[in-house]
Design a protein around this ligand. Sequence first.
Ligand SMILES: Nc1ncnc2c1ncn2[C@@H]1O[C@H](COP(=O)(O)OP(=O)(O)OP(=O)(O)O)[C@@H](O)[C@H]1O
Ligand SMILES: [Mg+2]
Length: 252
Amino acid sequence: MEDAILSIRDLYAFYGKKEVLKGINLDIPRNKVTGIMGPSGCGKTTLIRCINRLHELSPSASLKGDILLDGRSIFRMSPVQLRKRVGMVFQRPNPFPTMTIYDNVIAGYILNGIRLKKEEKDRIVESALKKVYLWDEVKDALKKKGTFLSGGQQQRLCIARALAMNPEVLLLDEPTSALDPKATFRIEELILELKKDVTIVMVTHNVAQAGRIADYIAFLYNGELVEFGKTDDVFTRPRHRKTEEYLTGRFV
Ligand SMILES: Nc1ncnc2c1ncn2[C@@H]1O[C@H](COP(=O)(O)OP(=O)(O)OP(=O)(O)O)[C@@H](O)[C@H]1O
Ligand SMILES: [Mg+2]
């Protein structure tokens, strides 16, 4: 097995009495893209929300089991520290509507009360916006609200906001499902670029997209991890009938 940055051990997640993750064991390889796939409602979003401890914020939510980040249980870390190391980007671009583009990028610092010098903020904003190839498009509009941007630009701004904290892991929940093909292509290119420095865990429904950018695929079905392996292997020789049915579009 490759070097794993995250190890998910016997993870069970619940909403009230409803068990939505049923004993997940999964090692996520460092500096790779791991695609999380599976039909609607199978627990993909719940799984990645467990990884940065957002799950426990839902009313009635609970969990059992452990998740290790570089060998240390995330449940023994402060959630704030953890979320600096494990960033998240959601399905719909969600820049903070009252904040400028500039403040959106450093929102993680502002909201956590971390004070930075002006020069340091400028440096972080420029570097994060350059990483997502947004700098040239917005450098003269940094004081405008982030909501003026197009959907694809807003999603890149949200990725910049996550990258500004220098995360080791980036969780992406269907990051391109609200975007057109051109904006989708740019986000895919960006993900391939980012994996040099960051481990990516990406939920996607899009089989073609997973084939283009995921190194590994985890296939979930009804709260269970049915299959995990290199993308080529899972796509060409799925071991489970459910995986094959899903990949060939027999159910969504
Ligand atoms: N806040 C919540 N309260 C109660 N049940 C929930 C909540 N969020 C999700 N669920 C339930 O947990 C199960 C897993 O949901 P989850 O959102 O993780 O699925 P998913 O695989 O991400 O689906 P999709 O592909 O539609 O986004 C579903 O049955 C869902 O109805
Ligand atoms: Mg989901």
